[in-house]
Design a protein around this ligand. Structure first.
Ligand code: B12
Ligand code: SF4
Length: 347
């Protein structure tokens, strides 16, 4: 069950939920999906509980696991649903995952007393293992309520992760806009940022290349017009240029939005980008050396300037905006600081 935040153009099934669903189904587990947008007219907590229990009809609820994605926007509704679900007599296991769990320290039982297990990190494999295990056995990333919390993050093999696009978990009919990933996590360590993945460094950050290529082909065939790439830093991936070239080869004429590291932009990347309608976003976080040290984010401003200068001639529009991500930015705006994040569009 996912209580998600949506925008009009977003697919009705969020990516994280679809990825979990696909991984569980691939292992032959009997999974039923329920997604409710918290910012749209939706079922209230009582209605959501009724919908969950409706999906368990015919099953003994003690044999059912109900797993919830916990995101900041659904926090109060989620707690309400959990209380009511237990009050309604649900006796199966309740499992929580998602950012609210991944980025929390010890003490999750106090926040969510109804839950039996918590999964920190990317949950596909850990949830599948948990759902296949009737007993509370040790699984990396899983904290069983009431036991010592080892604060581990779940392991995931991104190379073999099945695709929620190719499985059809996110329907593409008439879906002009998608949010897409080709890699997870970030190699940098800015101190305020949750992409640092507390406690874990992924061994390989990229999804399998054959999956990425098949998804590109699918988006082009399905007529998708706008793709927001979620990768924290797209251009540091070894496949970055290849991905852009494949979109161009498949005749993609829609818009691609890419978050990039300015210092890592090279000619091959700019060449490939200039064949497409691409919005490059460069986040600096700060241009001040003292702030950079405080947040463990070093920028080489001369190289950033050089990259922006190389983008200018090719871009039909450029825009600059101040970054809201840096906690030190407020009250310290200067002419230069307003370049905290800048975007360049091709062609
Ligand atoms: C796309 C996105 C959005 C989109 C759409 C969200 C959606 N419903 O799809 C939009 C633009 C609407 C959005 C808005 C906001 N967002 Co946002 N967004 C993201 C982003 C960039 C990608 C989400 C995604 O699809 N990731 C890829 C999938 C595969 O990962 P995932 O969703 O995390 O799911 C995995 C795990 O979390 C876990 N998991 C998830 N659910 C469950 C459930 C179970 C049972 C288990 C076991 C595991 C599990 O396993 C999943 C698969 O690996 C993330 C950052 C990121 N890169 O993840 C932020 C993020 C989700 N957003 C965040 C925030 C704070 C916001 C805003 C509140 C920002 C703001 N202040 O305005 C707004 C909310 C609305 C508002 N007030 O305007 C935070 C949430 C933090 C939190 N503790 O919940 C994140 C994590 C960014 C961050 N680190 O700060 N966002
Ligand atoms: S702010 Fe950007 S570069 Fe820094 S850790 Fe987060 S995603 Fe990576």
């Amino acid at each position: 069950m996912d209580l998600y935040w949506t925008r009009d153009k977003d697919p009705r099934v969020p990516l994280g939920h679809a990825s979990l669903l696909t991984a569980l189904r691939e292992r032959g587990l009997d999974v039923r999906s329920l997604v409710v947008a918290v910012n749209e007219p939706h079922l209230d907590a009582e209605g959501i509980v009724a919908a969950i229990l409706g999906l368990t009809k015919g099953l003994s609820t003690k044999d059912v696991d109900v797993a919830f994605g916990a995101y900041v926007w659904g926090e109060s509704l989620l707690r309400d649903v959990l209380r009511r679900l237990r009050r309604a007599g649900f006796s199966g296991r309740i499992v929580l995952g998602g950012p609210q769990v991944s980025y929390s320290g010890a003490g999750l039982e106090q926040l969510y007393p109804e839950a039996d297990a918590f999964i920190r990190g990317y949950g596909e494999e850990a949830l599948a293992l948990l759902a296949s295990s009737p007993d509370p056995r040790p699984i990396a990333g899983v904290h069983w309520a009431g036991t010592p919390d080892a604060l581990t993050q779940a392991a995931v093999d991104l190379q073999s992760l099945p695709s929620p696009w190719l499985s059809g978990a996110i329907p593409l009919a008439n879906q002009l806009f998608v949010r897409w990933e080709t890699q997870r996590g970030c190699p940098f360590r800015c101190s305020f940022c949750q992409h640092r993945e507390p406690g874990v460094r992924l061994r390989r950050r990229t999804l399998g290349l054959s999956r990425i290529e098949a998804e590109i082909d699918l988006f082009c065939e399905a007529g998708v017009r706008e793709i927001a790439v979620l990768d924290p830093i797209f251009n540091v991936a070894p496949h970055a240029v290849g991905v852009l070239r494949r979109f161009a080869e498949r005749g993609f004429t829609g818009r691609l939005s890419l978050q990039c590291r300015a210092e890592a932009v090279d000619e091959a990347f700019l060449d490939a980008a200039s064949a497409l309608d691409v919005c490059l976003e460069f986040g600096l976080q700060t241009i001040h050396a003292d702030e950079g040290r405080a947040i463990e984010r070093g920028n080489q401003i001369d190289r950033v300037d050089a990259t922006l200068a190389r983008c200018e001639p090719a871009a039909s529009t450029t825009r600059s905006r101040s970054s809201s991500a840096c906690p030190f930015k407020r009250g310290r705006r200067s002419k230069r600081a307003s370049r905290g994040a800048s975007s360049a569009r091709f062609p």
